[in-house]
Design a protein around this ligand. Structure first.
Ligand SMILES: C[S@@+](CC[C@H](N)C(=O)[O-])C[C@H]1O[C@@H](n2cnc3c(N)ncnc32)[C@H](O)[C@@H]1O
Length: 344
């Protein structure tokens, strides 16, 4: 059987039912702009889809790493959301996700473009034994997200992921800021009080993972499908898809589960491929791509609506990302649309 055969497709993307290793083996070299994924973590309490133990994790991941590196373009990124794990029977943490990062960089030649931390404020206090029973540890509510790249210059811009100003920044913008040297030695010039419309986000992404009655869940309920037990919130892939790809680029999720990545790509007009071993997850994921008329025909219920793409963002027009990954410094002249460039 052809490993690349679609299970479901739209004009922009497709789901593939199968093992990512075989699917990637058939993909062309240097054909992908972003691999955005959340693999099975090395959890002590295993999920239905199976998890590798921490001590076997690196060996399990190696064949994927080789394929991911091969199919990425030089300008491409590989973003991996990976939660930590506990040492079985001990109130201490495994180092597997840090070892994975080191392996990806030192053995496979990936570059660490930046490390991110996804804080899920709604995470339950687990493991109960250490957190709520003996009260020895605090809740583990942060996943590491490694943003890796094939070269030191993946295409990217933070202009696509700006955030609204904090209340204190709005106050400073309104009431003025006295330019001065901070105790840290940083010179805060008068430029600091210029209103740029929005602020540059930090590498801590605070995103609650609370959706329990969205279109996907309603579709699963209506069709007696068990929802995926470990979905990430759409804001997480959206952040990286916006920052590192252009419209029409190719995004692949090799451990796609319920295809959150595909849904975001569809909305942001990126081409996508979502692969998963478990057919039931893909069956439920189809609900993410139902058009209004499809599901009204089948049930009269609305499962999926495509929101305006710039809904969460400040509407800054999307300039194409620099093909050289920003190697050439582009300086914007205030009050002019043109940009001048200089060699670094
Ligand atoms: C953490 S889940 C991903 C959840 C997904 N991000 C979402 O939001 O729905 C990991 C997924 O990897 C899939 N998986 C594990 N090994 C795989 C393989 N070799 N090829 C394809 N999928 C695999 C599992 O079936 C599981 O659905």
């Amino acid at each position: 059987m052809n490993a690349l055969q679609s299970y479901f497709s739209t004009d922009r993307g497709e789901m593939i039912h199968g093992d990512s290793i075989s699917v990637f083996a058939e993909m062309e070299e240097a054909s992908v702009d972003l691999i955005m994924t959340s693999p099975p973590f090395a959890l002590v309490r295993k999920k239905d889809y199976g998890n590798q133990p921490a001590d076997a994790y690196l060996d399990w991941f190696r064949p994927f790493a080789a394929q991911f590196h091969r199919v990425l373009r030089d300008t491409g990124s590989f973003v991996i959301d990976i939660g930590g794990s506990w040492i079985p029977g001990h109130p201490t943490r495994s180092l597997y996700h840090f070892k994975l990062l080191i392996m990806l960089c030192e053995e496979f030649g990936f570059h660490l473009a930046q490390e991110f931390y996804w804080w899920n404020p709604s995470k339950l206090p687990t493991p109960a034994e250490w957190v709520t029973v003996r009260r020895l540890r605090v809740k583990d509510a942060v996943n590491t997200v490694w943003w890796l790249s094939k070269t030191p210059w993946p295409k990217a811009t933070n202009r696509r992921v700006l955030q609204p100003y904090s209340d204190s920044m709005k106050y400073l913008l309104k009431n003025g800021y006295k330019a001065m040297k901070r105790p840290s030695g940083h010179d805060i010039s008068a430029n600091f009080s210029k209103n740029n419309g929005a602020s540059i986000p930090p590498n801590l992404l605070a995103i609650p993972n609370t959706e329990s009655n969205g279109n996907y869940q309603r579709y699963c309920r209506a069709n007696s499908i068990t929802p995926h037990p470990a979905r990430y919130p759409s804001e997480l892939p959206e952040f990286f898809i916006r920052m590192t790809t252009d419209r029409g680029d190719v995004v692949v999720d090799p451990f796609a589960g319920s295809c959150v990545t595909g849904e975001v790509c569809e909305r942001l007009e990126r081409n996508w491929k979502c692969i998963d071993l478990n057919e039931e997850y893909l069956l439920g994921a189809i609900g993410r791509f139902q058009t209004e008329s499809d599901h009204q025909k089948s049930s009269g219920v609305q499962y999926y609506r495509i929101p305006r793409p710039d809904l969460l963002w400040n509407g800054e027009p999307e300039e194409p990302l620099p093909e050289d990954g920003g190697r050439k410094r582009r300086v914007r002249r205030i009050g002019s649309k043109s940009a001048v460039t200089a060699n670094l």
